[in-house]
Design a binder for this molecule. Structure first.
Ligand code: SAM
Length: 454
């Protein structure tokens, strides 16, 4: 991998790592992906070199996710490969992220080959923790959740050549009954508007035209500086940075979703026609038990506000099936909400009880069989909606940013402002360019088209 090409700006590596190598594997959400990019930046600045395989690495890091039980188990299966002590002795194995925070020091007992355990709220301490490891300490930890610090670093090693992630808020202050995030990522910490805009300018200078603004609850962002911009104002300011062509933001919480966000989209063509607004369930009593802070009707009001925008805005959502006490009737309300909103995409999950959340005290009353069945019904209903919505786009022309090329099909892979994949006959030189493409055919998950003259 050509590391220098992916860095924001040049920094002379410090000698501490002395050419040693590191490997990071990331599980979970975009926040984790971006955290790993920043951790890689910290290591490179200390003189470490990234490698593509854990076998070639002196430091092996797993950035973990504990949002569902299955995700949390992945790190333990990876660590199982390092049971041979001699092999592991010559390496530093570290666990980062949500499972690190959740398990804490227990990791050292459960997996003695682990030398570093660090939750995301302590990433600002990573250089100090690495220094301890470099001086021969075999067990170091960063598990403090009581922090006001954001993970601010000199530079980031970015893995995506087209879309740059930009974190504006870390942590979460909500207490959704199902969700482990507040316990693993700590309280909300917002970065100042000025720092965000400065980073955005650096990203443009590094060649990025698409910015994805990130936060667990991105629209809970509050400018800590005296300027006190609103979140909508922040979006507008980012959209106005010269050179920015596309801005996305995720994840919005319906509770904090205000009409000025839609007005900002209306006023700034660079703000993409896309909003991700997790509903989680269609029945108000389930939402109330989930402690989401809105009813079905209140959620639908936000959707109507989005539908009144001057541009058609594509909508996506997250849905959990089989939450404690969800009856068949409740589930039917989720299906009817799906039919009413007609999302362009959904991310759907079976409820998985998580430690330290309010829901572990509830009875996990829906059987695995019923959860599986509901998930299949939901996904099939959504497949039909997507197929219908995508087929209605045949004949329309969209601008796409080309993100890849499939040599076997000789197709360029583009993405519209609505976040839809639109493939067309192209060539590798299209990668990274914006192209005008007319849709000729549509499936539930992607579109096919023909390029027209720009
Ligand atoms: N912070 C965002 C929010 O509250 O909307 C999203 C957080 S999470 C990374 C992404 C999705 O995972 C959630 O929106 C929810 O649908 C799902 N999720 C979270 N906890 C879950 C659990 N215990 N079981 C199943 N799905 C869960």
């Amino acid at each position: 991998m050509d590391v220098s090409a992916a860095m924001d700006f040049a920094v002379a590596p410090a000698p501490a790592g002395d050419g040693k190598t590191f490997y990071i594997e990331t599980f979970g959400c975009q926040m984790n992906v971006h955290d790993s990019e920043k951790v890689a930046g910290v290591l490179i600045a200390r003189g470490y070199r990234p490698v593509d395989s854990h076998q070639d690495a002196d430091i092996i890091l797993y950035n973990t996710c504990s949002i569902r039980e299955k995700a949390a188990q992945k790190v333990f299966s990876r660590l199982g490969a390092f049971r041979k002590p001699r092999w592991a002795e010559r390496r530093i194995i570290g666990v980062l992220g949500c499972v690190a925070q959740q398990e804490g020091e227990r990791f050292f007992e459960r997996a003695p080959q682990v030398s570093l355990v660090c939750g995301s709220a302590s990433y600002a301490q990573l250089p100090a923790l690495l220094a301890q490891l470099e001086s021969g300490n075999r067990r170091v930890k960063g598990l403090n959740l009581d922090t006001q610090d954001c993970f601010e670093i000199e530079f980031t090693r970015r893995d995506n050549r087209f879309r740059a992630y930009l974190t504006v808020i870390e942590g979460c202050n909500q207490r959704c009954a199902f969700c482990v995030v507040p316990m693993t990522r700590g309280p909300e910490r917002s970065r100042s508007g000025a720092k965000i805009i400065a980073e955005c300018r650096r990203l443009v200078d590094a060649g990025y035209t698409e910015i994805q603004i990130l936060g667990q609850i991105v629209n809970a962002w509050q400018d800590p500086s005296p300027a006190h911009w609103s979140f909508a104002e922040l979006l507008s300011r980012v959209a106005e940075v010269p050179g920015v062509r596309r801005v996305r933001f995720t994840t919005s919480h319906p509770r904090f979703f205000t009409s000025d966000i839609v007005q900002a989209i209306d006023s700034h063509p660079t703000l993409c026609n896309q909003i991700h607004l997790p509903v989680q369930a269609g029945a108000s009593d389930v939402l109330s038990r989930m402690l989401r802070g809105y009813s079905r009707e209140e959620y639908l009001e936000k959707i109507h506000c989005i539908r009144r925008a001057q541009r058609a805005i594509s909508l996506s959502t997250d849905i959990i099936v089989g939450f404690c006490g969800e009856s068949e009737k409740d589930f039917e309300q989720t299906l009817s909400l799906l039919a009413e909103v007609e999302y362009d995409q959904i991310f759907s999950f079976k409820f998985s009880p998580r430690p330290n959340t309010a829901a572990v005290e509830f009875v996990d009353s829906v059987s695995e069989e019923a959860k599986g069945r509901r998930l299949a019904v939901l996904q099939e209903a959504q497949r039909q909606i997507q197929l219908r919505r995508n087929q209605a786009l045949v004949g329309q022309t969209f601008e796409v940013l080309v993100e890849g090329y499939q040599p076997r099909l000789r197709q360029a892979v583009g993405r519209t402002t609505d976040n839809k994949i639109l493939n067309f006959a192209g060539n590798p030189a299209d990668i990274g360019c914006y192209r005008q493409v007319t849709v000729t055919a549509a499936g539930p998950n992607s579109l096919v088209g023909e390029r027209i003259a720009d």
